[in-house]
Ligand binder design. Structure first.
Ligand code: SAM
Length: 320
């Protein structure tokens, strides 16, 4: 571990801080500590405004700025330590890029392609139940969907069932719903079955390419999170099939497109091209625009929300 002295940065601009971090990282630092103004002394001020304390001036930054800076530079921000007022010490450590989830999944020797996201895969450590943005955005999307009681819900790529947990917790109207999940991972479905043993939860071990042959019928809500862009899935063909064959006339959809990556226990916002240091949203925007347009053309009002996952929600508005 490289031990370097804490740098006091009462007046440094963000550009100067970035330059300092980059210089230290290029020199191989494994930990960088900065002494900065405690954001609590600047409550209500914007980033870059001045705070006076005991006759001295300090540059204020809301805590969110430090969190964003760490995220965008691939660093972990440790719990701040209080120093002599009005300062705190912030310590940043580089994340271990070899622990990027996508890379781990590619390197994982899963027994088959369908087990890449299986119950024992590195993906199993990521829980959307612990992502506040995802939970709150899904809650809003479900509210917009105006689901009837006794609804039928289909989830494509249900994995171990986190979305069923959320549906039940966030939409009380779904208490007596029939929940149908499809996934090609047998191990993930086994976990899902153990969590939802009741007969009103139907699980199908199948490739979504065979959706048409499963005889599932029509649904009040079709949901698919983080699945439609998977290798081997033609997302636009699947969308057409869902709208044509699997929605009731007032049926709603919620599709989630990943807009983040998981690295060394942290989540970094923004879809990436492989080897891009900063987010590149071209493919995501193209897919979201296609889904939005198609759903609008098929009678749905469409909302695009979300942060780590962009949610495309298509609903038929409330009757007049
Ligand atoms: C990235 S995971 C998302 C899982 C879950 N919806 C979530 O967001 O946590 C993609 C899921 O889709 C499943 N999947 C991918 N391609 C599939 C296919 N062609 N047919 C059926 N399931 C598929 C995977 O097994 C995995 O469970």
């Amino acid at each position: 571990m490289t031990l370097a002295p804490t740098v006091r940065l009462a007046h440094a601009s963000l550009l100067e801080i970035l330059a300092l971090l980059d210089e230290r990282l290029a020199a191989g630092a494994t930990s960088i500590s900065l002494e900065v103004l405690d954001p609590e002394f600047g409550r209500g001020r914007c980033a870059g405004e001045w705070v006076e304390y005991d006759g001295q001036r300090y540059l204020h930054r809301p805590f969110r700025v430090w969190v964003d800076l760490a995220e965008r530079r691939g660093l972990r921000l440790l719990t701040p330590r209080v120093r002599a007022a009005p300062l705190i010490e912030l310590t940043f450590e580089p994340l271990d890029r070899s622990l990027e989830l996508g890379a781990l999944l590619r390197a994982d020797d899963a027994p088959s392609r369908s087990e890449r996201y299986g119950a024992d895969s590195p993906f199993a450590r990521v829980s959307k139940l612990e992502d506040p943005g995802f939970v709150l955005d899904l809650a809003d999307a479900l509210e917009r969907a105006l689901l009837p009681s006794g609804a039928r819900v289909l989830d494509l790529g249900i994995n171990t069932g986190d979305e069923f947990v959320l549906l039940r917790a966030l939409a009380p109207v779904l208490a007596d719903a029939t929940l149908v999940g499809v996934d090609h991972s047998a191990s993930a479905l086994a976990v899902c079955r153990a969590r939802f043993p009741e007969p009103r939860v139907e699980l199908h071990h199948a490739d979504v390419a065979t959706l048409g042959s499963l005889g599932l019928g029509r649904f009040d809500l079709v949901l698919s999170i983080g699945t439609l862009q998977s290798p081997g899935i033609d997302g636009s063909a699947l969308l057409r099939q869902i709208v044509r064959d699997h929605l009731t006339p007032r049926g709603a959809v919620i599709f989630g497109f990943p807009n983040c990556r998981y690295v060394d226990g942290e989540v970094e916002q923004g879809a990436r091209m492989r080897n891009f240091r900063q987010p590149e949203l071209g493919l995501l925007v193209k897919d979201v625009a296609f889904f939005r347009r198609y759903l609008q053309q098929h009678g749905r009002q469409v909302f695009v929300t979300g942060k780590h996952y962009l949610l495309v929600t298509g609903v038929v508005g409330a009757p007049d």
